[in-house]
Design a binder for this molecule. Structure first.
Ligand code: FCB
Length: 474
């Protein structure tokens, strides 16, 4: 990454300063107004699946505290908010007509945001598949892609007058490979072929969903997807380690960007996985369907991966995605994952802003003309209120400063970045880690639901207000 250069340039005045959440991580109210269980309700209620047995039953109680939470966003000078719609709240069985009360919640949320000049950014699917659809086969079943397109159309009809920024899926890699490969995410299946089938049906769902959105939304709507591309680095420059990095790049990144950006699965991915499957679940025309025009591309970034070729190791490799005896990486048994040296967050993820710079430059080139948004970036730290009730989190300020500097550097070399969404607005249900990992710019006391902006939240509010990064923190 080119070296820092102060005083840094001002971000463009229309740059979106946002924060992000996801329905199951914040809403709670899981049995209200007609909502039915999603795969995450089932999974979190299964003993042993989440830390401390935590569930999203109450989470941040955002379903009931919506207006106050939007006021908090305004207090933090946010100009955008990325939220997701809970599929089982608006279409409980995953098919058929929508439930009006569910849609009303999101219409009211969008109205509250617009009243405060906060741009709503809506994600249709942040991992909460209606349980009935999982029972019918889940993402490994082709029909789920068609169900998703129907759901997308229902939400578009209800919110198209209020919401301009739409993303179909959040991090389909996690849905496919953590949900059906390693099983550390719902629904917790551990079948590498099911994971590859799920990845394909998610690509198809994105394509069909985009078509359904375009049919229902006004022309001003901008439609895209949020991916979590891996920055994959070989441990050494040896040909074997370089090939391990190529293999993981295919399974992490090009399995999605191949169809989405080029209309075809990469040949090396099909060859690498040929012993597992002949990919006959890809029907003629599917890759073209997945290849829809993108009005935006969302990039979620946390940490890079370092890999090597390790043919003799049969033990599972830690890749930062939770503990499992099953790898999330199909046909990559000879690849080992390494923890890079240096600073780490509470997740154990190394802090490396150069990875964000690399991704923005890479996807600026691979998706020319497509505006980029950082739809997630942030860090977990063990934040605790002090005796005076305030929460000081200098590590998070340093993390945000370094990553926003990386964003600026990428923009200086031509990446068309239009916005940044801090993960997360507030501490919330961190999937398998339950409430043990705090990513918020706002601290949440889960016993009382009291929200307290952390010092990083105040710092970010100032960046959002001025559009200027201050000098690096001491
Ligand atoms: C991403 C998820 C998000 C959150 C962060 C920490 O993979 O999209 O919901 O859990 O990680």
């Amino acid at each position: 990454m080119p070296s820092a250069n102060f005083p840094p340039a001002r971000f463009p005045s229309d740059f979106l300063w946002g924060s992000a959440t996801a329905a199951y991580q914040v809403e709670g109210a899981v049995r209200e107004d007609g909502r039915t269980p999603s795969i995450w309700d089932t999974y979190s209620h299964t003993p042993g699946r989440t830390e401390n047995g935590d569930t999203g039953d109450v989470a941040c109680d955002h379903y009931h505290r919506r207006a106050a939470d939007v006021a908090l966003m305004a207090d933090l000078n946010l100009t955008a908010y990325r939220f997701s719609v809970s599929w089982p709240r608006v279409q409980p069985t995953g098919r058929g007509p929508a439930v009006q009360r569910g849609l009303d919640f999101y219409r009211a949320l969008a109205d509250d945001l617009l009243d405060r000049n906060i741009t709503p950014s809506l994600t249709l699917y942040h991992w909460d598949l209606p349980q009935e659809l999982e029972d019918a086969g889940g993402w490994p079943a082709r029909d789920t892609a068609y169900r998703f397109a129907e759901y997308a159309g229902l939400v578009a009809e209800a919110l198209g007058d209020r919401v301009e920024l739409w993303t179909t899926l959040n991090e389909p890699w996690c849905s496919a490979f953590l949900g059906y490969g390693s099983g550390v995410h719902a629904p917790g299946r551990t079948d590498p072929v099911a994971a590859l089938r799920a990845a394909h049906h998610l690509n198809l769902a994105h394509g069909l969903g985009t078509q359904a959105l375009r049919a229902a939304l006004p022309a001003r709507a901008r439609i895209g997807i949020s991916l979590n591309p891996s920055v994959v680095r070989p441990l050494t420059p040896s040909p074997q380690d370089t090939d391990a990095a190529r293999r993981i790049d295919a399974l992490a990144n090009r399995v999605f960007t191949g169809p989405l950006l080029q209309g075809a699965y990469p040949a090396d991915l099909l060859a690498d996985t040929a012993a597992l499957t002949d990919w006959s679940f890809v029907e003629p025309g599917d890759e073209a369907t997945a290849h829809q025009r993108l009005d935006m591309l969302g990039i979620n970034y946390y940490t890079p991966a370092v890999v090597s070729h390790a043919p003799d190791t049969t033990a599972p490799r830690s890749d930062g995605h939770g503990a499992s005896n099953h790898s999330p990486w199909p046909a990559a048994d000879t690849v080992a994952f390494h923890q890079p040296p240096g600073e780490r967050t509470e997740m154990g993820w190394s802090v490396d802003p150069s990875g964000l710079y690399e991704l923005l430059v890479r996807y600026g080139r691979e998706a020319p003309g497509v505006p980029l948004y950082i739809t997630e970036n942030g860090a977990a730290y063990d934040d605790k209120p002090g005796a005076d009730g305030t929460v000081h989190d200098p590590e998070r300020i340093a993390y945000l400063h370094a990553h926003l500097t990386a964003v600026q550097r990428a923009m200086e070399v031509g990446a068309d970045v239009r916005g940044y969404f801090l993960w997360s607005l507030m501490d919330n249900f961190e999937w398998s880690y339950g409430y043990s990992k705090r990513f918020g710019a706002v601290h949440v006391d889960f016993a009382t639901q009291v929200r307290t902006p952390k010092s990083s939240g105040r710092w970010y509010a100032e960046v959002a207000r001025t559009g200027i990064l201050p000098g690096p923190p001491a």
